[in-house]
Design a protein around this ligand. Structure first.
Ligand SMILES: [Zn+2]
Length: 320
């Protein structure tokens, strides 16, 4: 009988894990997202701010003359400030790309900024973090360097990953600036855009091998759902109503990740002990804070963008 436990990965394998993945040309951060982000920064009423940098060790592609040698690439981290930030108006925060492989978040955040955000600026101000983890975005990865899951690492002062350290500093600094250091005032709401795609099945297997967390997706959910703090239930219901009103499917299984499904809403109090989520980091600075999950076991980069972007846009609109 073989009772041998699988060997956990040695450190060196975690170190190599990120470097060896190739950049996918259609996801190249500098070529595909940065031009859209910087173009938005030129618009009247929009302000583009660089809040940090992320430097990654990556293997050079053969066509760049590198033939697999390691090099470093540094990506700028951007946020967009849209509106006049009148302290009397509500202020919302939208984040995409916490999990790089979940392409719908960055694409929806950018499309919303490009096509709709300006319409809301009489009533409110909007902060958009279009792509929180640009390295994992362009390599279609859930994890960042060291195989760290950014959405288990979103802590105010003890994040391990460079992206989450930068995000925590950025949100704290922005809050301080916009509210003149008044810690009793908060952003109205924040929404972090996520997906549960096909790739999660493979990631789950690799997790088991690497000695990490298992998702245990007994049922693969289909459609949109929201993770919300219990006290934000009314706004969560407003968001889900809007997703449905715009014709998108809301997950109707009895459970969501094994916890009760309250008509498309997974309540934090019923999730067990979770830490390091971006919605938890943002909750320090925002009255309400949500995570979207657009789920489809057939969702891959071959899926037409609109299919994944539109439900996320409906959720963003529902928040206002
Ligand atoms: Zn995610």
């Amino acid at each position: 009988m073989n009772t041998k436990e699988p060997e956990p990965w040695p450190q060196e394998r975690f170190d190599r894990w990120y470097r060896e993945r190739p950049v996918i040309p259609a996801r190249d951060y500098v070529k595909t997202l940065v031009p859209r982000i910087t173009a938005l920064g030129e618009r009247a009423g929009f302000r583009l701010e660089k809040y940090g940098e992320a430097t990654y060790s990556t293997a050079m592609a053969a066509e760049d003359g590198g033939a697999g040698e390691a090099t470093h690439v540094t990506h700028d981290l951007f946020r967009l400030l849209i509106g006049d930030f009148d302290p009397e108006k509500p202020c919302y925060v939208v984040l995409g790309g916490t999990h790089g492989y979940e392409k719908g978040g960055p694409l929806a955040a950018l499309k919303f900024a490009e096509e709709e955000a300006a319409r809301y600026t009489n009533e409110c101000s909007i902060v958009i973090y279009p792509c929180v983890c640009p390295g994992p975005y362009e390599k279609e990865l859930r994890f960042t360097e060291g195989r760290i899951d950014p959405n288990r690492d979103a802590f105010l002062d003890k994040a391990q990953s460079q992206e989450m350290r930068a995000l925590a500093r950025s949100v704290e600094e922005l809050h301080q600036r916009l509210f003149n250091g008044d810690s009793s005032r908060k952003f109205t709401a924040a929404i972090d855009l996520h997906e549960t795609p096909f790739m999660d099945i493979a990631i789950d297997k690799e997790n088991a091998e690497a000695g990490g967390e298992a998702f245990e997706l007994e049922i693969f959910p289909k459609g949109m759902f929201l993770i919300a703090f219990d006290e934000d239930l009314a706004l969560a219901q407003q968001i889900i109503r809007n997703v449905r009103r715009e014709g998108h499917h809301v997950v109707d299984d009895d459970t969501l990740y094994g916890s009760p499904n309250h008509d498309g809403i997974l309540l934090m109090s019923e999730m067990g002990n979770v830490a390091g989520r971006v919605r938890q980091l943002l909750k320090h600075f925002a009255t309400a804070s949500f995570t979207t999950e657009y789920c489809d076991e057939h969702l891959t980069d071959e899926t037409p963008d609109a299919e994944r972007v539109e439900p996320q846009m409906a959720a963003i609109r529902g928040m206002f």
